[in-house]
Design a protein around this ligand. Sequence first.
Ligand code: AKG
Ligand code: FE2
Length: 355
Amino acid sequence: MMDEKSPPPAMVESLVSKPVQEVVANSSNQVPERYIYKGEDGSIDASFPLLEVPVIDILRLLNSSSDDDELLKLRSALASCGCFQAINHGMESSFLDKVREIAKQFFLLPIEEKHKYSRTVEDLQGYGNDSVLSEHQILDWTDRLYLIVSPEDQRKLKFWPQNPECFREILHDYTTKLAMLNELVLKSMAKSLNLEENCFLNQYGERATMFARFNFYPPCPRPDRTLGLKPHADGSAITCLLQDKEVEGLQILKDGQWFRVPIIPHALLINVGDQAEIMSNGMFKSPVHRVVTNSERERITLAVFCMPESNNEIEPVEGLIDEKRPRLYKSMKDYGNIYFQNYQQGKRPIDAAKL
Ligand SMILES: O=C(O)CCC(=O)C(=O)O
Ligand SMILES: [Fe+2]
């Protein structure tokens, strides 16, 4: 029975923890207890093998016929590791560098300046990090800036930095290009399964949602006991990750083992999220991943989460259900919210969608 005095976990969202950059500034090379994984299982290894993430040529997907090798490659990539490195996506390397630069400039701003964009307890959007739900929660060694990008009328511009000056314009340009890439990837995913090309996109609705999350991982004095981001799978349909150009840190769980994800500076790492796993009736895998820290260098990434409008019902497409492959997931609305509630309680959210 729940103690009368303690409200259920989802309601206790109480504190917004301090930015790690501030913890670092005040802690003379010590990592506070709240970030430390303890015991035998707490030891974190950054030296796992590199994953051979398939490289997919987007230009070839654009012109592909249904038996194109590139589609086969896409299908096998998403069914095995759940991700691929997209090249020839139409964005110049110099443009990707500009996107990286606005992220860096923002996190380099003085603390007081960044606090103008701080999220409050009620808000998901803004500058900040983990919500603290219990005193036992182990915190991630990362600071974030989280923004709704689409639908445009849901943008809260008070959280969109005006410094650097070009921040808003570049984020807008970048995400406009990603919306097109997302559409092409979803069509190609359908074609690769011999389905009508709009069968996944039809579940998006008119007002598809896009969130941007800028992640900043400061150097950490205890990389063996601290995680930049705890293991999770994304709640999106598709995530596009712009990795740091030089500093590794992302790891993916495949067949029960962690693998490092290599950096290709001009590529975008695209991964399946839970909603595409649901729509594809489990044909495509939403991979569990985490971020490790290092003691030498900061790491900056930008994840953009693309997903159906929250009022739209999503479900496994008909063509992927038969006697040999029974339906695995329920129909559901507002998966984003279900995701958030489960994630905060340390559960794997997609389990709530299983039949
Ligand atoms: O920073 C990274 O490499 C991964 C970020 C991530 O997984 C996320 O933001 O969901
Ligand atoms: Fe993620």
